[in-house]
Structure formats: C-alpha cells, structure tokens
Design a protein around this ligand. Structure first.
Ligand code: DLL
Length: 440
C-alpha cells in the first residue's frame, strides 16, 4: 500500500504559522479575539443584547481566559435570527451563504465575505496538505455540493493547494468508481460512510480500487472509528485521514489530522479558539478532559461566532505532535451529545458500537441502532449485516448476532438486542450516514 505513498515529508502549506511558538500564537489569538468580539458587539444586535445581559463588553477582555465571561452561542440563536440576522456585514457584502439541512425547524444559515471565502480556501488547502495531499494531485471530491459546506469547501481548498479537482459531488456511485479508475485520482474526499459505499460498489463492479493510484482519503463530516479507518485503508488501499468542521464555524477545514501521526486533528488556532466545557455545568474543563467542544472564530468577517457550543464530544491535546505542528489537537470526535445513549447507566455513542462491530468475522461494516424504551429505561437494538459469503440460515444469523452481542457486552459493558440482517438489508450511505433510528 505504501508504494504509492510519496509524502512522508511534513510538507506544510503555511509553515511559519503551523509551527508558530505557542506564546506567539497566543498573542495573535488575543489580538484577533478582541477584534472579533468588537465586530460581533458593534454589528450584530444579538451579541450586543447577549453581552449586555451577561454584563460584559469587548473591552473587558484582557487575557484569553477572560473569554469565559462571555456568553455562549447555540444553534437556536442562529435559528432565532433566521435568515441573515447574525451577519455582521450588509447582505450585499456577503458573497455566499450555506445552510444546514434543518431536519427539525428552520435551517441555520451562515454567510461568508470575500475575505472569509479566501481564508476558508487557505485553511482547507492547509488541511489537505496536512493530510498528505500535494499540489498537482488529482482530487476526487465526493462531498455533496450545495448548501452543505463539504463540496464547495473541499473544492476551493483543493484548487488553492494547486490540485486538479473532479467535482463529482455525492451519489451516482457506479460513475464515481468509473471516474476514480479512469482519471486515476490521488485523493478521495468523502464522508467515511460514503467512501465505504464506493468501496462496496467497486467490488461489485469488479474494480479493485486498492490497485488504483488513489493513496489518500480525506474523510469527515460524521463520527467514525479506528476500526472503520482500518477497514477503509484496507479496502480502498489508501491512508484515511480525519477532517473536521461545521458550517456555523466555517465548514470543513477547522481541524485536520496530519498524515504523519494520524492521532488527533490539528485545530487551526490562528483562526479559531477552542475550549472544552462540561455540557451540564458549562464550566471549562482542563486540557485532556473530555467534554463539549466550544469554538470562537477569530477572523470571520461576515458572521463572527463567539463561544459556539458544537455539541461535539471530544478532548484537546497540547502534547507535541510528531509532525512538528504546534497547533493543539482535537482528539477524534466521539459523537454529538444528542447522540449519546444511556444504557443502564453507561454512556454510549454510536461510534463506540461501530468500533466493536467493524472487523468482526463474517460481518459487513454496516450497522444501524434503534433506540427504544424498555419500561422506564432506554434500550437499544443493533442491526448488523452478514457478509455475502457467510451462511445465511436462521441459525447462522442468530449465531452471528450472539457473537456481536457478546463483544458489545465485553468491550462496552452494555447488554442489548442484536439482529443480523442479510447482505444489502442495511441502507447504504449517500453522505452522512443515518446510524440511529429513535423509536422512543
Ligand atoms: O459536516 C462540515 C464538513 C464537511 C466537515 C466535510 C468535514 C468534511 P455540518 O454539516 O455543519 O458541517 O456538520 C457539522 O458534523 O458538528 C460534527 O457533529 C460532525 N462532524 C464533522 N466532521 C466530523 C468528524 C460539516 N471529522 C457536524 N468527526 C459537526 C466527527 C464530525 N464528527
């Protein structure tokens, strides 16, 4: 697999910034944070009111730690100011909008100035370089184009890095396989669940993706596990790298793993300030402790965001990284706090179940979790799928289910129902996979 790898050098898109000593980085952050707070306070009525209620003003910020005196921003604040109420610039200075899918209620709308789009392209190019993608590479971009930030975000970053972009977007999976084979892409950008779908469709078409030149996978937009990484590396014959972001903050490219260590995602601290809080008490947690990620934008012009509660559960690491970058690492996002299930007192995220299931003998890496009520308690039933070449008699399926149940019990410590399904019965992802069906 590593034959087609030509990138071990820690190539950096912004070397001076990426290796900036931490004290200088902190100075830069303080300066930019002041400007960001001032912009929000002066131009966005929501922030003026929220700061007034909290009894703080931008001038109260003397050190980075003072940020904790400022109020949080939540998704409902964006909804309440739908569509353009959070903009700090007149609408005609906003060159682009994106929006969340808005499965419940109004979507959340985000806006970008010319400068914001420019910085986003830079940060995504930086992320791609960090992931081992190089100028001149052909980048197959299977993130969805449209209001979702994945497609256009990866597109602009790849162009900025000097790559050739194939803007296929999501869907039409057979055609994706044909294009990957015919064009010889070096990098595949997709959600991990859609990358898996591509792998499966390719196998069905008799195309061996692992034998193609593709050597990097830039996967993100949903939680995924180390087991899934091993599966994708093996089936696609590439190195999978995790990329993180969210539309409220920018889109993809807020943080990215380095190809060297693949151990936590470097959060680009010259543009964002990262905190971890306890989601119950809202108190800041110490470095290394797991909690909810909170992000403040430092350079966004059209829509500065102060202390955004992402609902994503993770921890931060300030340990030096083998690649030499000084920016902190956001360790793999376990899941969103709204996806956390409490099974007889044990907190569980879908990605933990995935980590146990993917790679188990005879099982395909597809699963779904049904949440239901069992009396007063929450319970889950896990749907798994057997591989095409495994016996499919009711007894054989029951044996597979029993084995998976046993593994879930011994690794995570929870008891749950497990149902084994036949090949193809679990829906395949076209973008962000639906892992949980809530029947409560
Ligand atoms: O998913 C932006 C993106 C596009 C990131 C392409 C990476 C690649 P949203 O649709 O606003 O934006 O969804 C953001 O997705 O709060 C997380 O819950 C989840 N998420 C994003 N990246 C990761 C990741 C894009 N690497 C929400 N690991 C976030 C786990 C992720 N969860």
């Amino acid at each position: 697999m590593l034959d087609k790898d030509r990138s071990d050098s820690p190539f950096m898109f912004d070397r001076d910034i990426e290796t900036m000593p931490r004290d200088r980085l902190a100075e830069m952050q303080l300066d930019r944070l002041r400007q960001s707070l001032k912009l929000a306070f002066d131009k966005v009525p929501h922030y003026r009111a929220a700061f007034d209620r909290a009894g703080v003003a931008p001038d109260d910020l003397k050190t980075l730690d003072d940020l904790r005196r400022f109020p949080f921003t939540v998704k409902d604040d964006l909804r309440d100011n739908y569509p353009f109420g959070m903009f700090a610039l007149p609408r005609d200075k906003v060159l682009r909008v994106h929006a969340s899918s808005g499965t419940t209620g109004k979507p959340t709308v985000v806006g970008y100035s010319a400068g914001d789009l420019d910085r986003w392209a830079d940060l995504m190019a930086r992320s791609m370089a960090c992931a081992g993608i190089r100028p001149g590479d052909l980048v197959h971009n299977a993130y969805g184009y449209g209001l979702f930030t994945g497609g256009l975000g990866a597109h602009s970053g790849a162009e900025r890095l000097g790559c050739t972009v194939v803007p296929v977007s999501g869907g039409g999976t057979e055609r994706q396989v044909t294009l990957l084979a015919d064009f010889g892409a070096a990098a595949l950008c997709a959600t991990p669940s859609y990358a898996l779908n591509i792998a499966e469709v390719a196998e069905g078409m008799g195309v061996d993706i692992a034998a193609l030149p593709v050597r990097r996978g830039l996967f993100g937009a949903e939680p995924w596990s180390e087991s899934m990484r091993a599966e994708l590396d093996r089936r696609l014959g590439l190195r999978s790298v995790d990329v993180y972001g969210l539309s409220e903050i920018m889109g993809p490219g807020v943080a990215c793993e380095c190809d060297r260590a693949r151990d936590g995602l470097h959060g680009w601290e010259d543009h964002f300030l990262f905190e971890i809080i306890d989601p119950e008490t809202l108190d800041p947690l110490a470095p290394g402790e797991e909690g909810e990620l909170v992000i403040t934008t430092l350079t966004k012009q059209a829509m500065p965001i102060i202390r955004y509660r992402t609902r994503d559960i993770t921890r931060l690491s300030h340990e030096p990284c083998a690649c030499g970058r000084t920016h902190l690492r956001i360790m793999r996002v376990t899941g969103r706090d709204d996806d956390m299930m409490i099974i007889r007192g044990v907190n569980v995220y879908p990605s933990q179940i995935e980590a146990v299931l993917v790679g188990l003998e005879g099982l395909a890496p597809h699963y779904q979790i049904r949440r239901y009520r069992d009396g007063a308690m929450e319970a889950i039933a896990v749907e798994i799928e057997v591989l095409p070449d495994t016996p499919a008699s009711p007894e054989a399926l029951a044996a597979r289910a029993a084995e998976a149940r046993h593994h879930i019990k011994s690794v995570i410590g929870i008891t749950c129902k497990v149902h084994a399904r036949l090949p193809g019965e679990i829906p395949r992802s076209q973008g962000k996979a639906v892992r949980v069906i809530d029947e409560r």
